[in-house]
Ligand binder design. Structure first.
Ligand code: NDP
Length: 247
């Protein structure tokens, strides 16, 4: 596991937006960020699931989160701009942006049998949505003194693997987005951009991708949080353009 021990107040006074905060790794990330002092902005498509995360954070006496229901498959550029306006009015800045939400994009299948709609859906949610969201959030990230963008990738986004089709290609694109954006940050920039490969983690997506696997063989999402906390807190200030592993 990535070796980092976060102080309890690591993210105090930071505003951190997490996509796919309703379940799995994104939910664990939201809970962990809030437990370390952050005000989290929870993005997902299910209000009731987001409210459950909100309630858990509030019951723990942590900073009051914000909820934004957004379906990344259908959201338009204007939706992202409106969100940026709302966040500007509420917080005036954004200190962390975690692109976590993703989908598998259909079953594992040989390339020539990939359904075009599965390919397009994976690109929309896993690539186009992070592009549009990042673009809209750049002015808010620039205002923050020490902003961190984290792209949640995958091992198949770093080395291609048979039958992983649109999912793998979408994660390669996300790694590319990370590198391009990171390379644009010059010495005066206060924004860093990195990616994380979570590794096999006990979530609904993992169960769907590996139905025959015993879920207990993989760590729970909460166990892989150290690398996320490291990248979102001040200790990673000098880290930019890196592809890290959670495990
Ligand atoms: P889950 O399927 O458990 O959770 C995915 C999250 O993304 C959910 O909150 C889901 O919302 C949200 N989401 C999916 N589609 C949309 C959409 N159209 N609009 C808004 N939100 C959406 O996945 P994991 O937690 O396992 O995965 C998180 C990240 O980690 C992904 O980027 C994945 O590729 C990556 N990853 C995971 C690994 C693993 O072993 N689990 C391994 C390698 C990478 P809802 O609750 O509504 O479904």
């Amino acid at each position: 596991m990535f070796d980092y021990h976060a102080p309890t107040d690591l993210l105090k006074d930071r505003v951190i937006l997490i996509t796919g905060a309703s379940d799995g790794i994104g939910k664990a990330c939201a809970l962990s960020c809030a437990a370390h002092g952050a005000t989290v902005v929870l993005i997902g498509r299910s209000l009731s699931k987001l409210e459950a995360v909100y309630d858990q954070i509030e019951a723990a006496g942590q900073p009051q989160p914000a909820i934004c229901v957004l379906n990344l498959e259908t959201a338009t550029e204007k939706d992202y701009e409106d969100l940026a306006d709302q966040l500007f009015d509420s917080f005036g800045r954004l200190d962390g942006l975690v692109h976590n939400a993703a989908l598998l994009g259909g079953p594992r299948t040989p390339f020539e049998q990939i359904k075009t709609e599965d390919w397009l859906q994976a690109m929309q949610v896993n690539v186009n949505a992070p592009f549009l969201l990042t673009k809209a959030m750049m002015p808010l990230l620039r205002v923050a003194g020490d902003a961190s963008v984290v792209m949640v990738s995958s091992s198949v986004g770093r080395t291609g693997r048979a039958y992983w089709g649109p999912y793998a290609v979408s994660k390669f694109a996300l790694e590319g987005m990370m590198q391009v954006l990171a390379d644009e940050q010059d010495g005066t920039s206060n924004i860093r951009v990195n990616s994380v490969n979570p590794g096999a983690t006990r979530t609904a997506m993992r169960a769907k991708a590996y139905p025959a696997e015993e879920p207990e063989t993989n760590p729970e999402p909460a166990a892989i949080m150290p690398v996320f906390l490291y990248l979102l807190g001040a200790d990673s200030r000098e880290i930019n353009g890196q592809a890290l592993n959670a495990q």
